[in-house]
Write a protein that binds this ligand. Structure first.
Ligand code: PGA
Length: 311
């Protein structure tokens, strides 16, 4: 009965077929020659036909032996594939995923982590939320698996993939005199007070560059190191600010804050997922990257679609 053939017998058979000799196969597998002969005898019995024929000093495969060899190689190939899959699963079950993201990415990344953790409940995720400069520092120190940022480094060789649009807009209190105006001239902003992010912030860099390029001098009255705190300050009447449109993700523009329709805005930007070009990503990190660029991106697009088109 063929089913009585064992994997061990097939392995011995394959070694003989490949090396053309019982002696060499025995050496290769660290077995004695009588053991090898015994294994082949049992396999031959299971197959019901001779597998080899000896002509002179040489050993030849019979037709049956040839067929057994083909299947043997298939099985061996499938077993190594299985081995890889099992290693991946094991890696995924026990893995850690370390992410470092800029402040605005917190408006979409945590939402994507839910379905991902559901699928791979054994993965422990740590999420650092900080500004662009600090994310770049962590990247150069190789502290995390993947990084999401808006201002890629120019002094480092990285792998870089865009994820989503991250436009910057002028945010004002709902009752601001300009709230109902359309196509407000950029120069008009010079009459307003502004709240700015801290230095090291990617938003701040982009905003400063934008106003400089357009030769508009804005009046910055305050610096705050948090998008959420800036929103509170705007509601409190301290001034306007240029922030990511995504900071209104939960409340939309029907809440206490609104987006002003200013000439030249939004400032178009993107979120990128980045890692050092020469980094060997872990199985977990590769899996998350694949998820992020495919399903994750779709989830984020759906959840941010509404806010992106809300006036
Ligand atoms: P930041 O980055 O937190 O460094 O300002 C946010 C962004 O670029 O959207």
């Amino acid at each position: 009965m063929l089913k009585q053939a064992t994997l061990h017998q097939l392995k011995v058979f394959e070694a003989i077929a490949r090396s053309g000799s019982f002696t060499r196969a025995a050496e290769e597998l660290f077995l004695t020659q009588p053991t090898v002969s015994q294994q082949i005898k049992m396999l031959t019995k299971a197959v019901g036909q001779p597998l080899f024929e000896q002509i002179g000093k040489r050993l030849y495969l019979t037709d049956a032996g040839q067929e057994v060899l083909t299947v043997c190689r298939d099985i061996s190939e499938r077993l190594s594939q299985l081995e890889m899959i099992l290693a991946d699963l094991k890696g995924l079950k026990q893995g850690n995923l370390r992410l470092s993201v800029i402040t605005t990415a917190k408006y979409f990344v945590p939402r994507l982590l839910g379905p991902f953790r559901h699928r791979y409940p054994g993965i422990n995720i740590s999420l650092q939320v900080t500004n662009n400069q600090r994310v770049l520092e962590r990247l150069s120190e190789n502290l995390d698996d993947l990084y999401i940022l808006g201002q890629p480094p120019d002094n480092m060789d990285v792998s870089l993939r865009p994820i989503l649009e991250n436009p910057l807009v002028v945010i004002a209190p709902h009752n601001h005199p300009l709230a109902q105006e359309q196509n407000i001239p950029l120069q008009r902003l010079a009459e307003e007070l502004f709240i700015m992010r801290e230095s090291g912030s990617g938003i701040r860099m982009a905003v400063e560059r934008f106003f400089k390029e357009n030769r508009v001098a804005i009046n910055v009255v305050m610096e705050i190191g948090s998008n959420e705190a800036i929103k509170q300050a705007i509601v409190g009447g301290l001034g306007l600010s240029v922030l990511s449109r995504h900071v209104l993700a939960l409340e939309g523009t029907k809440g206490p804050l609104t987006v002003l329709d200013v000439e030249g805005f939004p400032i178009q930007r993107h979120w990128y997922v980045v890692y050092p070009a020469n980094k060997q990503l872990s199985v977990v990190a590769r899996t998350f990257l694949g998820y992020l660029l495919d399903e994750g991106k779709q989830i984020a697009q759906q959840t941010t679609l509404e806010i992106m088109h809300k006036k």
